[in-house]
Design a protein around this ligand. Structure first.
Ligand SMILES: Nc1ncnc2c1ncn2[C@@H]1O[C@H](COP(=O)(O)OP(=O)(O)O)[C@@H](O)[C@H]1O
Ligand SMILES: [Mg+2]
Length: 277
């Protein structure tokens, strides 16, 4: 099977309980090495899109699927598309489900042992990644005793060791503190430098902005806007701003009130509190 360089989905509609469509004529395309941020209101279909890309829909959820999928410009039927799922790594919104080892180290070793790596190579790989992600203090712990944020970090580390070409990351930083979030963002930057394709679902546009190539805004199962971050902020009309969290620096920069240089931090803060910025 050839590596995925481009993946296009055209007019994708998915119904799990027809006639309600979760995705409705959804269009989207990705290129190897780029990072995409998918955002939009809760329930708009973001996780459903990931489940489809990973083949969980239709493998585990019977669904009515319409539309076309092209990989490297070749149109594929669903059976053929499902063969590519091995190149795709998916980190669930609730990663608890993926933790299986008795210690974090065993858990991390699992995918490498499955690949037939020697014991030394397994330990070396885990050590390298644990240093990079600052996970060393967690290695001897039981996955059952970890906090939600710690599990998210371990699950990401486990996925990185699996080494897929495309990463689907579903709200993985939602419960992380500043340091853990920085660890995740640094790990993602490292993956990006290795030309991995990264799809991120998040409401936190601000944190991911430095590494994102394209932002996709979804509303009720449709891709209603996509483009680069610069266009995102310059064309930020009502349609988008009412649906997503606009970073505060942008509000401050773009709002005419703030062009008044005499505003103190305290005044700015009270304008923010009053909803005037
Ligand atoms: N297995 C399912 N059966 C029926 N409806 C579902 C199922 N999974 C999700 N949905 C519905 O599809 C919509 C989109 O869900 P989801 O993709 O999880 O949204 P998001 O990730 O954007 O919050 C929601 O209205 C949700 O209730
Ligand atoms: Mg979701």
């Amino acid at each position: 099977m050839e590596p995925i360089s481009t993946l296009e989905i055209c007019n994708l509609s998915i119904s799990i309980s027809p006639p309600n469509k979760i995705l409705d004529n959804f269009n989207f395309s990705i290129e190897k090495g780029k990072t995409y941020l998918l955002t939009g209101p809760t329930g708009c279909g973001k996780t459903t899109l990931f489940k489809f890309l990973k083949g969980i829909i239709p493998l585990f959820y019977p669904a009515e699927i319409k539309g076309t999928v092209k990989i490297n410009s070749n149109s594929l039927n669903i059976e053929k598309f499902l063969e590519y799922r091995t190149q795709i790594g998916y980190l669930y919104q609730d990663p608890q489900l993926q933790v299986i080892g008795t210690t974090v180290e065993n858990d991390l070793a699992f995918s490498l042992e499955n690949k037939g790596y020697s014991r030394e190579k397994v330990i070396e790989n885990i050590q390298l990644l644990s240093d990079q992600m600052q996970l060393n203090h967690l290695l001897e712990r039981s996955p059952n005793d970890l906090s939600g944020g710690e599990i998210a970090l371990v699950a990401l580390a486990s996925l990185i060791l699996e080494d897929p070409s495309i990463y689907l990351l579903d709200e993985i930083t939602a419960f992380l503190d500043k340091t853990s979030k920085e660890n995740v963002l640094n790990s993602l930057l490292h993956l990006k430098s290795k030309k991995k394709t990264i799809l991120i679902i998040s409401h936190d546009i601000e944190s991911y902005l430095p590494m994102v190539d394209e932002i996709i805004v979804i509303k009720r199962g449709e891709n209603i806007w996509n483009g680069n971050p610069v266009d995102f902020f310059s064309t930020n009309g009502e349609k988008i701003s009412s649906l997503v969290n606009i970073p505060i620096f942008y509000k401050l920069q773009s709002n005419s009130i703030n062009k008044r240089k005499d505003l103190s931090f305290k005044d700015t803060l009270s304008l923010l509190k009053g909803g005037e910025l």
